[in-house]
Design a protein. Structure first.
Length: 590
């Protein structure tokens, strides 16, 4: 398993493989068989090639430990997470070469499309195509960009509402009223937000590319987006006239909000993965962490969350940007944080300037001294000429009108670069206002004539000691033993199975044991399973498909009759609108 920064570990969960039921494995098998059949000529070559390399099979839900063994070949790994996770966490995992995977698997009622993340989408959709070097470079690139994208609190509220909606939509026990209420909550939260944040732009770009992207010729594109690759219904629907095919551009991809509760009505077609990388780079060039300046501080302030901004001297300040003072041209000349604030230099903590020292906030000027002089460019001689000498009274007047006066206690450097001046008995004035009073104690002034970057979060959370993940509970030798024992052992569950689940398990074991030559004993067992199915479960269509797959190819009178009956029953069940596609698609590949 790849190394993970400690602050990401709370989002990592366990797979609890034993909790998957035989019906869960049958759902996996149905979707994978459908997708392999439907995507033969529609998926991008990178996906088809990667499917063979990823260790993802058709018969059963994969273990993440097995996936990690395969992903390690390309320098990646995978971890289990609990459903939708915050955007910054999701993107940081990708930036670290870690694929987040939801352990849950969709229900029978949502086979064709599920609004909630599940292991089919994450493992079978995202993992295989990562084996293409250009594509995985794009995924890590957009992950890195996403970690630097500002959002706002209102957007987080909207995300929480969206997360709730996906849970409600996936839960078969949800009522129509609950679904409507959850949908209304999303719409209300989205209306409460104004403007599009950086995080929203990155999210929309990821959605329209990595989740729902097409590639190649506009008239006959191939699928590479995981949302399409993992969706039985949508991989077919996307080729119908109901879906508009639009040439890829960052502007067009980010123009409309994401649609998560229904199949897409517009998809974007790129020419190559290189085009995706160029587009992501273009988006990054518009973001605060690259443009710097006043606009970057304004985005940090609007976020109302912990952010980091960096002076051109290399000093970074991490805290909640509370206030900005601007000159007549609208340029920030003084910045204040509120609450715990920490200073770092080149992503390393600046000794004596942690959150405990600046527990109530930090404020400092930005800009040139009078005479167009950049304090950050001054050497010792120039500093001395300005009176900036430890022990002396210093008087610094900025072009903006800010006036810092006090006894200089200390000059802090990063190598030869001055990054901080510490004063005693200091007053900071601007336009007749006292920005800092002597009685408040020591004053630490950041040195820097401009802000070169701002981004959400800590200066570098990953710089905190990085430790190895705990070994997976399924060691390699144990995993190999499990593989050798076959599907029967894999499907054993720690909780009692229902009668229907036992029937599914029994069929799976028969299929595993009789791949090439079915025995007389198995024929008798299939007949018994079918009788129970008819007597107790007249509406279960998936197990009927599983039985038909086994019985339909064996020219034995009893099984021929069973096959005819199974087909009749499935055709009857397919008259229900919600079952028509899944049953007919299942029959089509037998």
């Amino acid at each position: 398993m790849r190394k993970l920064p400690p602050h990401l570990k709370p989002y990592v969960s366990e797979q609890h493989y034993e909790r998957y039921t035989p019906i869960d494995h049958a759902v996996w098998r149905y979707v994978m068989r459908q997708n392999r059949h439907a995507l033969q000529d529609r998926a991008h070559d990178a996906y088809r090639n990667g499917l063979a390399q990823s260790g993802i099979g058709t018969e059963r839900i994969p273990r993440v430990s097995e996936m990690n063994a395969c992903l390690a070949q390309i320098g990646w790994g995978a971890v289990i997470v609990n459903g939708l996770i915050p955007g910054p966490v999701f993107y940081e995992l990708l930036a670290n070469g870690v694929l987040p995977i939801a352990a849950e698997i969709r229900k029978l009622t949502n086979l064709e499309y599920t609004p909630a993340p599940d292991i089919i989408h994450e493992a079978a959709g995202h993992a295989p195509i990562l084996f293409d070097p250009e594509y995985r470079a794009y995924v890590r690139q957009i992950g890195a960009i996403g970690t630097r994208a500002f959002s706002v609190k209102e957007k987080q509220d909207a995300f929480d509402a969206l997360r709730r909606l996906t849970i409600v939509m996936e839960d078969p026990a949800s009522t129509a009223e609950e679904k409507a209420a959850a949908q209304q909550a999303v719409e209300e939260k989205q209306k409460a937000t104004s403007g599009m944040t950086e995080a929203e732009m990155v999210s929309r770009l990821f959605w329209t590319t990595a989740e729902y992207g097409l590639i190649g010729d506009l008239q006959d594109p191939k699928i590479y987006g995981a949302g399409l690759l993992s969706s039985v219904g949508e991989s077919k629907h996307c080729y119908t006239e109901a879906v508009a095919k639009i040439p890829y551009s960052v502007e067009s991809c980010t123009e409309h909000p994401k649609v998560v509760t229904q199949m897409q009505t517009r998809l974007f077609v790129c020419g190559s993965f290189e085009e995706l990388k160029a587009g992501a780079e273009a988006l990054a060039n518009t973001m605060a962490y690259r443009i710097g300046g006043t606009e970057s501080l304004e985005r940090a302030q609007r976020s109302k969350m912990i952010a980091t901004f960096t002076y051109n001297s290399g000093l970074s300040v991490t805290g909640i940007v509370h206030a900005l003072i601007k000159d007549d041209q609208g340029e920030a000349v003084y910045v204040n944080t509120i609450g715990e604030t920490a200073l770092t230099v080149e992503k390393q903590p600046l000794g004596g300037h942690g959150k405990d020292v600046h527990a109530k906030g930090f404020g400092s000027p930005i800009g040139l001294l009078q005479g167009k002089l950049a304090l950050d460019a001054c050497d010792d001689q120039a500093l001395a000429q300005l009176g900036v000498i430890p022990g002396n009274h210093a008087d610094l007047r900025f072009e903006s009108g800010i006036h810092v006066t006090g006894r200089l206690k200390r000059i802090i450097r990063n190598e030869q670069q001055v990054v901080l001046l510490s004063f005693e008995d200091c007053t900071v004035l601007w336009d007749g206002r006292e920005l800092y009073k002597k009685e408040w104690g020591a004053y630490d002034m950041a040195v820097g004539s401009r802000i070169v970057a701002a981004y959400p979060g800590e200066a570098d959370p990953a710089s905190v000691s990085v430790t190895e993940e705990e070994p997976d509970p399924v060691q390699e030798s144990e995993a190999e033993a499990i593989m050798e024992l076959g599907l029967e052992l894999l499907m054993e569950a720690p909780v009692p199975l229902s009668e229907l689940e036992r029937l599914y398990q029994h069929v799976a074991v028969i299929r595993e044991k009789n791949m090439n030559n079915i025995t007389e004993e198995s024929i008798r067992e299939l007949d018994g399973i079918y009788r129970v199915l008819c007597g107790s479960y007249p509406n279960d269509w998936l197990l009927r498909l599983e039985l038909l797959e086994l019985a339909g190819t064996i020219p034995i009178p009893d099984l021929v009759q069973m096959s005819i009956a199974l087909k009749d029953e499935l055709h009857a069940l397919s008259q229900v609108d919600s079952l028509a596609n899944v049953i007919n698609n299942g029959l089509a590949i037998l």
